[in-house]
Design a protein around this ligand. Sequence first.
Ligand code: AMP
Ligand code: MG
Length: 404
Amino acid sequence: MPAFEEARRIVLERVGHLGCEVAPLLGAVGRVLAADQVAPWDMPQWDNSAMDGYAVRAADCADPKGLSVAGFLPAGQPAVEELGPGTAIRIMTGAPLPPGADAVVPIENAEERAGLIVATRRPVAGDHIRRKGGDIREGETVLAAGTVIGPAEVSLLSSISRASVPVVRRARVAILSTGDELLEPGEPLAAGKIYNSNALALAAAALRAGATPLVLPIARDDREALRTQLVEGLRADVLVTTAGVSVGDRDLVREVLRDLPVQEVFWKVDIQPGRPVAFALSGATPIFSLPGNPVAALLTFEMFVRPALRRMMGHVRPLDVPLRARLGEAVTPRRDRVTLMRVRLERRGDQIVASSAGSQATGFLRTIVSADGVAIIPAGPETVAAGSAVDVYALRDECLTWGA
Ligand code: AMP
Ligand code: MG
């Protein structure tokens, strides 16, 4: 039985990158760029004005009488006419600088006197000009392969007229819930039955990881039906199943997988909750068999499946960076396994404090709803004191960067 971090390392070692595809810019958000992007031209493309004002020759502003205004240059038009001596051209921010001009006098530093323009503050050559190539040089790599596309990258790619970019494909994740006791949400209640919490919850977690979920119909605890569904699920890039991996009479998932050409890499990890998690490979296709309990299913997805998906989708750092938090209260660890403790996070001064989000009983869904993250409590014989440092993985995007 591997330890927690070792199991995560094993998973990452065994999954590879997916191929790439060209996506329109908005479809590329959150995804990983698959090729370097090179600037096709200087940025800015030409010297231009950084302010609304007047394009001048700085030296001409020494004349106290002022300059006559010889024209108007809005943004969006090329500057063709040369600036004549003793004149100014009214210019808007972003407009190309007319030939001959060497400075811009901002409107707020200019006064109109007797039909002429006087600079109230003497400009020097270069004032308020954005130089050609001052930001980015033609041929420069502006974004390297491996970059995650966000709003800033979209801005830059737009500015070099890239309407679409090569990105690593999204992983398609088949999600298969198993169990005779399950009803789909919306079906009429029936004696002894419970609703399938896992399928859509894991689909949501897959979406949050940037993958594409494919929810399969519930598989019943029957070898043949299960086998058919597992084979169907293996057509995706990743197969995630829930339940049927403990040691109960009906825990068939591992058994049926074993009969397919599937190589089990590990079964059971030293964690609580989520111990009976299994990881296997069918060729290059990873299979995660998660426990049925909805809390355990979600936590094991976040800890094992999410990093695998991120690696497959090209993320250079597939593991989330844990926040370094302080325990809000003393915690008694388990002697033999890592505890995945559901915690609420709070910022106090320059520290993040992690406190229990409620009863840690695996069956309590309420605690996962009130949790912001999972604190990793190492196994050990001694109570961990309040205030001790602890790693926390954020379960909510709004907490992901608190500690960064
Ligand atoms: P198992 O892993 O099959 O032993 O299931 C552990 C517990 O999780 C049992 O109480 C199951 O009824 C419950 N369970 C299994 N699958 C689901 C599911 N998809 N949604 C909600 N609860 C489930
Ligand atoms: Mg079961």
